[in-house]
Design a protein around this ligand. Structure first.
Ligand SMILES: *[C@@H]1O[C@H](CO)[C@@H](O)[C@H](O)[C@H]1NC(C)=O
Ligand SMILES: *[C@@H]1O[C@H](CO)[C@@H](O)[C@H](O)[C@H]1NC(C)=O
Ligand SMILES: *[C@@H]1O[C@H](CO)[C@@H](O)[C@H](O)[C@H]1NC(C)=O
Length: 454
């Protein structure tokens, strides 16, 4: 079964190269998947529930934390619950918040972070994109001069409106939001059950192929991961353990094209493309060790024995092995999380992304004054790795700041040929990299890559 799966996956991944989307095989497999979905729908319960004392409001699970905290601490508290500070995607959500909070609290934080005073530059912490589709800012907001975070006025003349605010300077209550799930007594998150290989009843370590077969025996697949919170949930299964890494259900072709063995779309990824590892299967590092970063994903030899996590739909009965729908979605092409964009001098980049000196790997030019503003979502930090560096010593310099402008603390100043790779980690969700060159002598410059630390 696995061999066929692997063939199908490679076949479909390769399809993306040739952009042939009319394969009849694919259509047939799609129909199978739909049939399977209909059957599963008949035999399982599917009403949404909330766990951990969260309330079901408008198809989301919410919980009020009435102790005031900085936005950063609010984000940390929610992420410990595998959630985000509340997001508001439509007028009904916006109204529901006021009713949910009641009258004793006047303001709450929103899970929104504005990089600039423009709604399209305000990003939801749950990685769902900008607030362009729906927002309810008070007049003349967002206004980042007063801060990049946003609070919601529960009462008063601005009731229901959103107002910019300093992320660390003010303390406010907040609501955490987690996804609904389906009733099932398992490690249950967002409609799925998760099983650690160590708990399934054999040694715990298998090759990728054996691991996928084991998961199929549980009517599931090797785990697929579709959001930072799902990633946090999966790694939370290994809290207080010393497991160095696990297989995830991802396959890779030439380190660039990825697919999940459960057939879901590649909508999120945390691949460390600065790594030198190779192989067609993928693992997630649970520790930072040498060139491996905690939470990042790396290609792996498929024969290596590793721990792993299985995932199956919650609320379903498993009666013997079931056919597994496993067609990678070829419409998601190219892979937005791995194909590096090569920015020009002076750019604003969201993680994960590559940045290089202009013209790299050819020589840069004289008299440059470039700045790269790096950012990730409100909740996360940045790890910037330089994997190539060669500039005129002392005169052509890269400076890295721990924040979005040069008023922030200088984390590093580099020129010449420092030993690579080397990396820096921010304390917040932005970093500034500047590259200035003098009037003579050039070189190949630098190439670097940055990821979110989740
Ligand atoms: C780091 O990795 C090396 C090689 O894989 C391993 O021998 C060592 O035990 C690891 N260190 C820690 C602290 O896990
Ligand atoms: C580079 O540009 C910035 C902003 O435009 C300016 O403040 C800085 O002085 C310039 N640096 C150099 C070395 O020209
Ligand atoms: C790049 O500059 C170096 C000297 O700084 C020079 O030796 C080399 O030929 C240049 N390379 C290219 C491709 O122009």
């Amino acid at each position: 079964m696995f061999a066929k799966l692997l063939t199908d996956i490679i076949f479909n991944v390769l399809h993306r190269f040739v952009k042939d989307k009319t394969s009849s095989l694919l259509l047939e497999m799609r129909q199978l998947v739909h049939l399977f979905a209909i059957f599963a729908g008949i035999f399982c319960s599917s009403s949404p529930v909330c766990t951990n004392g969260y309330s079901l409001i408008n198809n989301k699970c919410l919980k009020l934390f009435s102790t005031s905290m900085s936005h950063r601490d609010a984000v940390t508290t929610c992420s410990e619950n595998f959630g985000t500070v509340v997001t508001v995607k439509n007028a009904i959500d916006n109204q529901a918040i006021a009713s949910f909070v009641g009258t004793s609290i006047r303001h709450i934080w929103l899970g929104l972070y504005c990089f600039q005073s423009d709604v399209s530059q305000c990003q939801w912490d749950d990685a769902s994109g900008s607030a362009s589709d729906y927002s309810n800012f008070a007049q003349s907001f967002p206004y980042t001069d007063v801060g990049n975070c946003v609070y919601y006025a529960v009462s008063g003349s601005l009731a229901g409106k959103w107002i910019s605010n300093d992320c660390d300077g003010d303390l406010r209550p907040f609501i955490c939001e987690i996804p609904t799930t389906i009733q099932d007594s398992c490690n249950n998150f967002d409609g799925n059950c998760y099983y650690r290989s160590e708990d399934i009843g054999f040694g715990g370590y298998q090759s990728f192929e054996q691991a996928q077969d084991t998961c199929e025996g549980l009517c599931g697949n090797l785990v697929s991961i579709h959001s930072p919170n799902e990633l946090r949930y999966v790694k939370g299964l290994y809290r207080n353990r010393n497991t160095p890494n696990i297989y995830i259900g991802a396959l890779t072709v030439s380190g660039k094209y990825h697919s999940w063995t459960d057939g879901s779309s590649w909508t999120f990824g945390n691949v460390d493309s600065s790594s030198q590892q190779s192989g067609m299967c993928m693992m997630m590092s649970l520790q930072t060790n040498g060139s491996l970063t905690q939470d990042a994903w790396y290609p792996s030899d498929c024969q290596a024995f590793r721990s792993f996590v299985c995932k199956r739909k919650a609320g379903t009965q498993c009666v013997g092995p079931t056919p597994t729908p496993s067609t990678p979605d070829p419409s998601v092409s190219p892979d937005p999380y791995v194909t590096p964009s090569t920015p020009y001098c002076n750019s604003f980049l969201m993680a994960p992304s590559q940045l290089t000196s202009p013209g790299y790997p050819g020589n840069y030019t004289n008299n440059l004054n470039c700045s790269f503003r790096l950012a990730t979502l409100g909740a996360y930090r940045i790890r910037l790795t330089f994997n190539s560096f060669n500039t005129e010593n002392n005169y052509d310099k890269v400076m890295v700041y721990d924040g979005d402008d040069s008023q922030n603390s200088l984390m590093g100043r580099y020129s010449g040929q420092p030993e690579v790779p080397f990396y820096l980690e921010s304390t917040g969700n932005t970093m500034l990299v500047t590259f200035t060159t003098d009037g003579s002598v050039v070189g190949p410059g630098f190439s670097a890559y940055f990821l979110s630390l989740i």
